[in-house]
Write a protein that binds this ligand. Structure first.
Ligand SMILES: Nc1ncnc2c1ncn2[C@@H]1O[C@H](COP(=O)(O)OP(=O)(O)OP(=O)(O)O)[C@@H](O)[C@H]1O
Ligand SMILES: [Mg+2]
Length: 315
């Protein structure tokens, strides 16, 4: 397998748990210094994919290389060179931030003498300078995630795996965390990040939509919105979005009708031609239409449309 230009390559990766297929024929690659996002709903197979790539689970079939090492035969080599902030990353609540860092550095094999220097540098980078003596119990969610990131970076890994790093974190902390991720990537660290926040996926260089264990679309965020979408999106602004939602779903005019904030997004083909009909139907239910325009789809629209195709094909 040619993997020189790639930090990660996996082909036909598959994992069965008894009769359940958690990861189904997944193939993708990550360039060095690239931020690659795996985007998918709960249970899609994101965490299982990461665990397979790090040799924490054995694939049922398929193969993969991370940093040039085989995910089945050379998992030790991989784990030594990567950082992993798992979804259930555990910090020791009754230890201080510095003690947590030193503990993880030890596990990652950082020479004892270099730990304080690394700690200072990384705490500075993640914004925890001067907080070395604080116990984790007293830290807010965003600070905990930044400490987890510092711990995962203690051995200066070439590849960072982040499994939903911003779940439950406030918007400003999320922004800070993404800024850190950009800095790392700019310095050559390759990054695989999972999320189910659509807006966060926009931060990635490339993304894959994963659903029921399968990659259903892949590309840059821009490509996803321009090339992966065969349908069009009609954005409708009404005075009663909830009523309009039900009426439009029942009308069967569109493939999919979803609420998007206070707007309605109706997905289908030749949606522009349906505007007069939409106005008529809604008016007959006393819903007034403020505007109805064909718009550039959001990532969420694309995702909804792709998932629908998967569900339809399975019927
Ligand atoms: N060890 C296991 N044994 C059996 N089933 C499992 C096991 N691990 C995961 N699964 C199942 O595989 C599917 C994919 O799980 P996974 O944790 O990879 O999803 P995910 O995309 O990370 O979801 P979330 O967003 O909730 O973290 C789920 O249905 C899960 O219940
Ligand atoms: Mg998960």
């Amino acid at each position: 397998m040619e993997s020189n230009n790639f930090a990660l390559v996996t082909q036909n990766l598959t994992k069965h748990f008894d009769h359940f297929i958690a990861v189904d024929d997944v193939s993708f690659s990550v360039h060095r210094g690239e931020i690659y996002g795996l985007l998918g709903p709960n249970g899609a197979g994101k965490t299982t994919t990461i665990r397979l790539l790090l040799g924490l689970l054995t694939p049922t079939s398929g193969n993969g290389m991370v940093l040039g090492f085989d995910i089945v035969k050379q998992a030790e080599e991989i784990r030594r060179r990567i950082g992993y902030v798992s979804q259930k990353f555990s910090l020791y609540a009754d230890l201080t931030t510095a003690e947590n860092f030193d503990f993880y550095s030890g596990i990652y094999g950082v020479p004892r003498k270099t730990i304080p220097e690394r700690r200072e540098k990384l705490f500075e980078m993640v914004g925890l300078s001067g907080q070395g003596n604080e116990r984790v119990t007293g830290l807010a969610g965003g600070s905990r995630q930044r400490l987890a990131l510092a711990c995962a970076l203690s051995h200066e890994p070439e590849f960072l795996f982040l499994d939903e790093p911003t779940a439950g974190v406030d918007p400003i902390s999320r922004r800070n965390l993404w800024d850190l991720v950009y800095d790392l990537a700019a310095r050559g660290t390759s990054i695989l990040v999972t999320t189910h926040y659509m807006d966060e996926a926009e931060n990635c260089h490339r993304i894959a939509f994963i659903y029921r264990g399968k990659i259903v679309a892949e590309g840059t965020p821009h490509e996803m919105k321009t090339k992966q979408m065969l349908e069009q999106v009609l954005e409708i602004d009404t005075d009663q979005a909830d009523v309009a939602l039900g009426v439009l779903r029942e009308s069967n005019l569109f493939d999919e009708v979803a609420l998007y904030g206070t707007m309605i997004h109706a997905i289908g083909h030749e949606v522009g031609e349906k505007i007069p009909q939409v106005r008529d139907i809604l008016q007959s239910k006393n819903v007034s239409v403020k505007s109805a325009d064909v718009i550039v789809p959001s990532l969420e629209d694309v995702f909804i449309a792709r998932l629908r195709n998967v569900d339809m094909n399975e019927k």
